[in-house]
Ligand binder design. Structure first.
Ligand code: PLP
Length: 468
């Protein structure tokens, strides 16, 4: 039994028994950059630590929380479901929240998508998409084995091995190279700076394939953009489309790669190339989905119709683990047949389609539809844009880039100086919780944030950057 006098604090106990994700435990144990914050409750856009200090949750608890903590209508939906049943399997059984949420998801998704396959986190949503695309080609009429994917540099699709295989961030992925399958990787469509030193962006109508595989030029002189990024993708597709199952892309914003925004038209252009070369298009909307970019899905910004869409993070309003992979009827049909044809999609997880999570998802989606149409949301978006414009004028800021309510503010300097981390620690003193990506400060506040809350957040971020 514990001797009460030697009862460790929660923080001390944490240092003894836990191993945290994406965390250098040596620093964590020694408290080199930060004290351990024990979060004890939340309300609206704020979290409270065990000492009662209040923090604005400026990363929405890692990009998942859309309407704040303890949102009454989501609480009620989960409580109601909890009184019925907390969990039952989706393998061979079904339930009301799972069915209703699927219907609602399809109603807001790109209109060609007609089937919902549940899982429980973003990485699994991507794994499902990769396996689906692979098996689809093997089983489709006249199909064949296609074991490669077209992927983008700087992309992040999750931490399971399939998702890592299609990812493109050296820091996370290089170590595991011997375990990964090979793909065709092309440049990230990030314009600032353009690796070809081109003046961005061009109009998509001006894109024309030039029959070569353009490489980054060393010309110092700026010339006009010719969509070199699309040209690279087309060069690969032209040569290898028969072995490529799908193109995998984070639409509009490459999130974990540093909030890198693609020029308008890129997604549309890439989707046209996929059609032209008969390669499936998988959009990973795990970060961009559920209103982050101002539309329910970022695909909607360019009227792109993907073959497969991956959703997670915001899907349950940040309440419970849930994910969904949406597919077209054409893909679904390739899996139909007699049992002994073995066309079944043999994939699933213990907590697939958990009913508590689905009921949170239903309540959250109802709020989202209202929020995106509201005048106050437009005010929030404007406050966010204005605040970022102010930040971008600070001498220590190299660039502030954003889409809707997701932004990266890149700080100048060597990454080894850990400026991002230090500024975020300073912000804790000012009552703001943030987590950087290297030198990039990440701002992903709840969609329910008021314009006043956003203004105050931007003031505090500006202050912390200037003090650094
Ligand atoms: C976070 C993220 C994932 C992984 O989701 P997890 O729930 O952390 O497994 C996949 N893709 C994108 C674009 C993400 O931002």
């Amino acid at each position: 039994m514990y001797n009460l006098a030697f009862m460790p604090s929660l923080a001390q106990l944490d240092r003894k028994v836990l191993w945290h994700p994406f965390t250098q435990q040596t620093e964590w144990e020694k408290g080199i950059h930060e004290d351990i914050l024990v979060i004890s409750r939340g309300r609206g856009a704020y979290l409270y630590d065990s000492k009662g200090k209040r923090y604005f949750d400026a990363v929405s608890s890692l990009w998942v929380n859309l309407f704040g903590h303890n949102e009454p209508s989501i609480d009620r939906a989960v409580e109601r479901q909890l009184k019925r049943v907390a969990h039952s399997t989706f393998l061979g059984l079904t339930h009301e929240p799972g069915i209703r949420l699927a219907k609602e998801l399809l109603a807001v998704a790109p209109k060609n998508l007609s089937r919902v396959f549940y899982s429980d986190n973003g990485s699994t949503a991507v794994e499902v998409a990769l396996k689906m695309a692979f098996q689809y080609h093997a089983q489709a009429p006249g199909g064949r084995t296609r074991s490669r994917f077209l992927t983008l540099k700087n992309s992040y699709h999750g931490d399971t091995l399939g998702a890592v295989s299609v990812g493109g961030i050296g820091l996370f992925h290089k170590k595991f190279r011997p375990l990964l399958f090979k793909n065709h990787t092309v440049m990230s469509p990030h314009c600032a700076p353009c690796p070809h030193n081109k003046r961005p962006p061009a109009r998509l109508e001006d894109y024309e394939y030039r029959g070569e595989d353009p490489r980054p030029g060393d010309s110092r002189e700026k010339t006009a953009c010719r969509w070199e990024c699309l040209g690279q993708a087309e060069a690969v597709l032209k040569k290898h489309s028969k072995e490529i199952a799908a193109t995998v892309v984070e639409p509009v914003v490459q999130g974990a790669g540093g909030m890198l925004t693609a020029p308008p038209g890129y997604l549309k252009g890439l989707s046209r190339l996929c059609r032209k070369y008969r390669v499936l298009l998988i959009v990973d909307e795990v970060a961009t989905g559920f209103g982050r970019t101002g539309k329910v899905f970022a695909c909607g910004l360019e009227d792109v119709l993907p073959d497969i869409l991956c959703a997670a993070k915001g899907i349950s309003g940040g309440y419970l683990p849930l994910a969904a992979t949406l597919a077209t009827e054409k893909i679904y049909n390739a899996f139909l047949g007699r049992y002994e044809d073995f066309k079944t999609f043999f994939h699933g997880h213990s907590y697939t389609g958990n009913p508590l999570a689905c009921s949170a998802g239903l309540a959250s989606l109802a709020l989202l539809k209202k929020r995106l149409k509201s005048a106050s949301f437009k005010g929030t978006l404007k406050a966010f844009r204005d605040g970022l414009a102010r930040l971008s004028r600070l001498p220590r800021v190299r660039q502030a880039r954003s889409a809707g309510l997701m932004a990266g503010v890149e700080i100048v300097g060597d990454e080894k100086e850990r400026a991002g981390k230090k500024i975020c620690m300073k912000l804790r003193e000012y009552g703001v919780l943030m987590r950087p990506l290297g030198n990039v400060l990440v701002l992903v506040p709840p969609l329910s944030s008021t314009s006043k809350e956003i203004g105050s957040l931007m003031d505090r971020v500006s202050h912390a950057i200037r003090e650094h």
